[in-house]
Design a binder for this molecule. Sequence first.
Ligand SMILES: [Zn+2]
Length: 226
Amino acid sequence: MLFYSPCTIFVKDCKNSLREGIHGMLKYQIPTWMQKCYKGVTWRKNTNRKVIYLTFDDGCVPEVTPQVLTILRDKGVKATFFCVGDNVRKYPELFEQIKAEGHRVGNHTHNHLKGINTPLKMYLDNVAEANQLIGSTLFRPPYGKMTFQQKRKLQREYEIVMWDILTNDFDAATSTTELIQQTKRHTRNGSVIVFHDSLKAAERMLHTLPTLIDWWEEQGYAFETL
Ligand SMILES: [Zn+2]
C-alpha cells in the first residue's frame, strides 16, 4: 500500500491542486476533512473508549505471518488480517491458523488489484473470487485505490475499511524510529492502524510491532478486532 495512494483518490476527487501541499500530512494520517470526502467508509471507529484496531495487509505468507501471530499471541493481542485471496489459496492452513487464534480476516482482493486501473466487472469478480476463500464482510482496497463506482458496488456487501494510521512499514525510506514516533503521535481512540505481513514490510514491521504494542498498553489502549 503506497503512502501517497489516498492522496491520489482524494485529491482527484476533491481538488487536484492540493496534492503537493498535503503530501507530507498524508504520509501517516489522512486529515478528517479529507476522510469525509469518501463517505460510508470506515477510517476510524467513533468511540470514547481507549481502544485501537491493528490490521495487517497483504498476507498470508509463511515467511512473515507466523511471526506476527507469535508476537500477537505472546502479547495477548487480537487483530484483523486483510488477506490476498491468492495467498489464502496457496497457504490455506496458515489462513485457518489466523482465524483459529481469534483474529478476524478481511478481503484484500484475489490478486492485489489496483482498483483505478481495473474495469468494474473485473474488479468485482476478483473480490468475489477472494471471498469464496476468505468469507468476510470486511474489504480493504489494495493501495487504497478504487473508483467511486467500485466503492458503491462493494458497499452493498462489505464494510470498507481504510485506516486512521498508515505505519509506512513497507517503505524502505522510513526508519523504524520515525515509524514508531509517528505512529505514537497519531494514535487516538478508535484508530485503525495498518501494518503489512508481507516480505517487503517484514523487517520494519517485526522490529517495531512489539515496541508499539508495549507502548499502547502502557498508554491504556485495548486491542480489538474490527
Ligand atoms: Zn495491500
